[in-house]
Design a protein around this ligand. Structure first.
Ligand SMILES: [Zn+2]
Length: 331
């Protein structure tokens, strides 16, 4: 946690993690993702069937780690460096009990565009992986579903004019405000399993000056998907009625993950690297810490939860290796 690793600057943390894992006897590949970004891929035998994974990057700004008896504070404590520590400790515990059929995959840039996960999907060891236990803060519950994210801009075009002569122009901002009012009152389709589809109007830009009728405006929207993207995009297109245009920025569809008996289960609302790690076997998702403090200045993780996570990761890996599974039944 004391090595800063804001997305785009994960060089140092990757080298640190490589050195640490090598000192424990792991074989480590650094997979180059960009000039100063490497995924860390570690294993004990040539073909692990079960992998632990999460991301090494954090959101800005860097916050120095600190601790008291109960908690560890600072950037990455819960999202996701505490998770890396819990997974490595679980893997070491499994080794001690003779289980070596495990790998570790730590990616870059999850917090921005999952370029690390996209690169990892082409790694040759992916094909041998049967189960990927991904870590994100789920309060140590097993997430059996995660919502998707559809990110888009709505752009409007108007006509500039002197603001004293509004009849000569056409305000792109007023047009955009009308559209956004409709977005706020649209009931998007929901899903019984994944829950409610929600839309956040997160950014708004436009106009040139107070004395000019604005010729252009745009708003950025993130929709938390519980259905495929298509019905949501159709709903947005029909409410636009030609008043503006949609620019798609990115989309990850909702994902169902493996349910395993004996673990508390739930659906989470956030997105992970999992949609981009399609070649890495069946995904599972579990991790210590609360998503509600991730990305905040007060980020922390309970030490007791970290310790509990070590046991849960080790148990989960053992169960998967023994393939005592309850496969998620499609609804
Ligand atoms: Zn995370």
């Amino acid at each position: 946690m004391s090595v800063p690793s804001v997305s785009g600057d994960e060089d140092a943390v990757g080298f640190w993690l490589r050195d640490y894992l090598e000192s424990l006897g792991w074989t480590v590949d650094l997979q180059k993702v960009s000039e100063n970004q490497n995924n860390v891929i570690a294993y004990l035998n040539e073909t692990p069937r079960v992998w632990f994974s999460t991301h090494m990057d954090t959101v800005p700004p860097f916050i120095e780690p600190s601790e008291d008896d109960e908690k560890i504070y600072g950037r990455g404590s819960c999202d996701a460096k505490g998770i890396i520590a819990a997974q490595i400790t679980a893997a070491q515990r499994l080794r001690t009990s003779g289980v070596e059929d495990i790998g570790l995959l730590y990616t870059v840039e999850e917090e921005r565009s999952s370029t690390g996960a996209r690169a990892a999907n082409n790694h040759p060891l992916a094909a041998k992986c049967e189960y990927l236990i991904n870590g994100e803060p789920t309060d140590n519950d097993l997430a059996i579903g995660s919502k998707g994210t559809f990110r888009l801009n709505i752009k409007t075009i108007g006509k500039a004019a002197h603001s004293a002569y509004p009849e000569q122009g056409d305000s792109a901002i007023e047009r955009l405000l009308d559209i956004l009012e409709d977005v706020r009152h649209t009931k998007f389709p929901n899903d019984d399993f994944f829950g409610e589809t929600t839309a956040n109007i997160g950014t708004i830009n436009g106009g040139l000056a107070l004395n000019v009728i604005p010729p252009m405006a745009e708003a950025g929207i993130a929709v938390r998907l519980t259905t495929p993207r298509k019905p949501i995009e159709d709903a947005l297109s029909s409410l636009l009625r030609g008043r503006g245009e949609i620019e798609v920025l990115s989309c990850s569809e909702p994902v169902r993950m493996l349910a395993v008996d004996g673990f508390k289960q739930k659906v989470v609302r956030f997105t992970t690297d999992i949609p981009y790690l399609t070649k890495w076997g069946q995904p599972l998702l579990l991790g210590p810490g609360s998503i509600l403090v991730a990305h905040t200045k007060d980020e922390f993780v309970l030490k007791s939860e970290l310790e509990e996570a070590v046991g849960l990761y080790a148990d989960l890996a053992k169960k998967l290796l023994a393939t005592e599974l309850t496969v998620n039944t499609e609804k």
